[in-house]
Design a protein around this ligand. Structure first.
Ligand SMILES: C[S@@+](CC[C@H](N)C(=O)[O-])C[C@H]1O[C@@H](n2cnc3c(N)ncnc32)[C@H](O)[C@@H]1O
Length: 302
C-alpha cells in the first residue's frame, strides 16, 4: 500500500476551483491524490502525467469508480505541449503540479536514499534517461561537479571545493558504483563521523543526494518548461497550483512568476504573511511531518 500522503490536497483543489466539463492537468500524478480530488468534486476530465512506471501500473490495477475520468500518460510533464496537441486539446481549465517524489519512490528507486548503502548509484526515475548518478560522479569535470552542487544544493565556497576534490580523489582510485561510495565521500569531505548532530549529518547527505537526483532527472529544466509551455493552453482566469519542496524548485517558480507577472501574463493569488505562497496547516503537519517543507504557489492566467 502507498505510504504517500497527498500534501495540501484540500487547499490546492480549493484554489484550483474546478468546475464541471473542465479539462485539468495533473502534472505529477503519483498515487493520484490531487487527480481523484478533482474528479470527485466535479464532472471533469483530468489529463495526468507520470514518469515513474510503477505508479502507472498501480493506477491501472486500481478499482475506482472515477478512474475513467482520468487519462494517465506515462510521459514527462516537460512534454505538455506535445501531449496536449496529440490529444487535440487546445485549452485547459487549470493545472496542478505537486513537485518532487513520493516516499515510496524515495524508498524504491535505486540510489535515492543515502541510507541504502548497497543500492546502485542510479537515481533515474525513468528508465529512458541515459545518464545515471554514477556516470556523472565518474565522468563530470571539476567545473561541472562544482556547478551541480552549487546550483542544485547550495554548496558554495570551501564546502563546494572540498566536496568536488573528495569526489575526484575517490574516483582516481576506483569508480563510484554504490550508495556507500558517495556516503563515504560525504563522510570524508565534511568529517561527518566526527559530527554528533544527526540533523547536520542528514542535512549534508540529503543535499548531496538531492543535487545529483535533480541533475539526473533534469528536474529544474523540466519545471521551467512546464510553467512556460502550459501558458499557451491555460484559459484566461484559470489557475495553476504548484507545490514546491525545496529552495531550488522555489527559485524557479518565483523567477517564472516574477518574469510573467511583469509581462502581464499571470497574477499571483497565493499571498500570505510568509510571502507569495501558503504552507500546510498545523493539523496537516501533525498528520504528515514530511509536509513541513511544502509551499503552495497559486497563480491565475490573465
Ligand atoms: C510528490 S509526487 C505527487 C503525488 C501526488 N500528488 C499524489 O497525491 O499522490 C510527484 C510525482 O510526480 C512524478 N514526477 C516527477 N517529475 C515528473 C515529471 N517531470 N514528469 C512527470 N511526472 C513527474 C513523480 O514520479 C511522482 O510520482
Amino acid at each position: 500500500m502507498s505510504k504517500h500522503f497527498t500534501v495540501l490536497k484540500k487547499e490546492t483543489i480549493d484554489f484550483l476551483n474546478p468546475h464541471d466539463d473542465g479539462i485539468y492537468v495533473d502534472a505529477t500524478f503519483g498515487s493520484g491524490g490531487h487527480s481523484f480530488e478533482i474528479v470527485s468534486r466535479v464532472d471533469s476530465k483530468v489529463i495526468a502525467f507520470e514518469v515513474h512506471e510503477p505508479s502507472i501500473v498501480d493506477f491501472q490495477s486500481k478499482d475506482h469508480t472515477l478512474k475513467s475520468k482520468i487519462c494517465l500518460i506515462n510521459r514527462n510533464f516537460s512534454e505538455i505541449k506535445n501531449v496536449l496537441r496529440e490529444l487535440q486539446i487546445n485549452l485547459i481549465d487549470g493545472l496542478v503540479a505537486d513537485l518532487g517524489w513520493s516516499l515510496d519512490q524515495l524508498e524504491s528507486v535505486q540510489g535515492l536514499s543515502y541510507q541504502k548503502l548497497n543500492d546502485d548509484l542510479d537515481m533515474r526515475l525513468n528508465s529512458n534517461l541515459l545518464v545515471c548518478a554514477r556516470d556523472i560522479l565518474n565522468a563530470a569535470s571539476k567545473d561541472e561537479l562544482s556547478e551541480i552542487f552549487a546550483r542544485y544544493a547550495d554548496f558554495f565556497g570551501k564546502d563546494n571545493s572540498i566536496l568536488v576534490q573528495t569526489i575526484r580523489n575517490f574516483r582516481s582510485n576506483r569508480l563510484f558504483l554504490h550508495v556507500r561510495d558517495l556516503v563515504q565521500v560525504c563522510d570524508r569531505a565534511f568529517n561527518l563521523k566526527e559530527i554528533k548532530s544527526k540533523s547536520r549529518r542528514h542535512n549534508i547527505y540529503a543535499r548531496v543526494f538531492q543535487a545529483l537526483r535533480v541533475k539526473v532527472n533534469e528536474e529544474y529544466e523540466n519545471l521551467e518548461k512546464l510553467l512556460v509551455d502550459s501558458l499557451e493552453f491555460l484559459k484566461s482566469g484559470s489557475r495553476v497550483c504548484v507545490i514546491s519542496f525545496h529552495s531550488g524548485e522555489e527559485k524557479i517558480v518565483k523567477s517564472f512568476l516574477d518574469r510573467y507577472t511583469r509581462k502581464n501574463q499571470v497574477s499571483v493569488i497565493s499571498k500570505s504573511s510568509d510571502g507569495i505562497f501558503l504552507r500546510p496547516s498545523v493539523d496537516e503537519l501533525i498528520q504528515n511531518l514530511r509536509s513541513r517543507s511544502a509551499k503552495l504557489f497559486v497563480y491565475e492566467k490573465l
